[in-house]
Design a protein around this ligand. Structure first.
Ligand SMILES: O=C(O)CCC(=O)C(=O)O
Length: 274
């Protein structure tokens, strides 16, 4: 790609996206939002190719589908790609996306918790119901994940689905992603309306850290390629890890910064600030 074309893509990543009216209230009420035309096909194609190459280079999950756990069948998961490649760093650090997160969370500034690529392979299984913040030793619910499909994602690919308003109730908050979380929450979440719909190319979603979400299996015959970034309020504090996953997250994504202090290690740069 020539320098001018690259400059155009970078400009898009830094320009603000105008949120539709009512978006901030919608996110607060329902715990998620889907937004169309946030990224252009050119941006998705350019950065998507680089991300895909890295995912297949760095992926360590090579055992056959039939030998995997439910979690392992759900997707290939490769984290903090921004530290591996300068172009991916540009994408992950996109002010356009970080500003949306800050606005939806109603905060002055957001930091990166970590990024992760989530590739649901062809014949990949379901992503069981879960809430992400179970894994995070963080003090406040002011967290949001942007889920960016790198292709149009029809129902048969397993688009992300959301249990609207489930971030407001304290149920299932001690469940890791598993067959158990799927079974228990499928029952519990009958009281919530589920938003499960395809994603257009360029459409992304943001979901709150305590919102329950899942995805169907991928029966499309094509990989479902997705990039995500997790944002947190800049004033977020680190809490005493409550489970083994939180200990691992604290060491890996927060650089073991002191409990009670800010989550402000070199792994957690501010990506947008007013
Ligand atoms: O991509 C998926 O199937 C699950 C995504 C997810 O759980 C997340 O981004 O928090």
């Amino acid at each position: 790609m020539d320098a001018l074309a690259e400059e155009i893509l970078l400009k898009e990543l830094s320009e603000p996206f105008e949120l539709p009216e009512g978006a901030v209230d919608f996110f607060e009420t329902y715990g998620f939002i889907k937004l169309k035309n946030v990224l252009s096909p050119a941006v998705l194609e350019h950065y998507g190719e680089i991300i895909t190459d890295l995912v297949f280079k760095l992926n360590k999950l090579t055992k056959p589908m039939e030998e995997r756990t439910t979690y392992e069948r759900a997707f290939l998961q490769v984290m903090n790609l921004w530290r591996e490649d300068e172009s991916v760093r540009e994408f992950v650090f996109a002010k356009r996306l970080a500003k949306i997160a800050a606005d939806l969370l109603k905060v002055q500034a957001v930091r990166l918790y970590h990024d992760q690529a989530l590739y649901k392979e062809s014949s990949g299984g379901i992503t069981p119901w879960h809430a992400d913040q179970f894994y995070w030793p963080l003090s406040s619910p002011k967290t949001a994940t942007v889920w960016i499909p790198l292709q149009k994602t029809d129902m048969e690919m397993g688009p992300l689905a959301f249990a609207a308003k489930s971030h407001n109730v304290e149920i299932g908050r001690d469940l890791e992603i598993s067959d158990e979380s799927e079974a228990i929450m499928a029952e519990q979440l009958k009281q919530f309306s589920v938003n499960e719909a395809p994603f257009d190319l360029g459409e992304v979603s943001f979901h709150s850290g305590w919102l329950f979400h899942r995805a169907g299996e991928n029966i499309s015959g094509q990989p479902r390629k997705v990039m995500t970034m997790i944002y947190m309020d800049e004033t977020q504090r680190i809490t005493e890890p409550k489970n083994a996953f939180q200990i691992a997250d604290w060491e890996t994504w927060l650089a073991s910064k002191p409990v009670g202090g800010k989550a402000d290690s070199e792994l957690n740069p501010i990506l947008f600030s007013y």
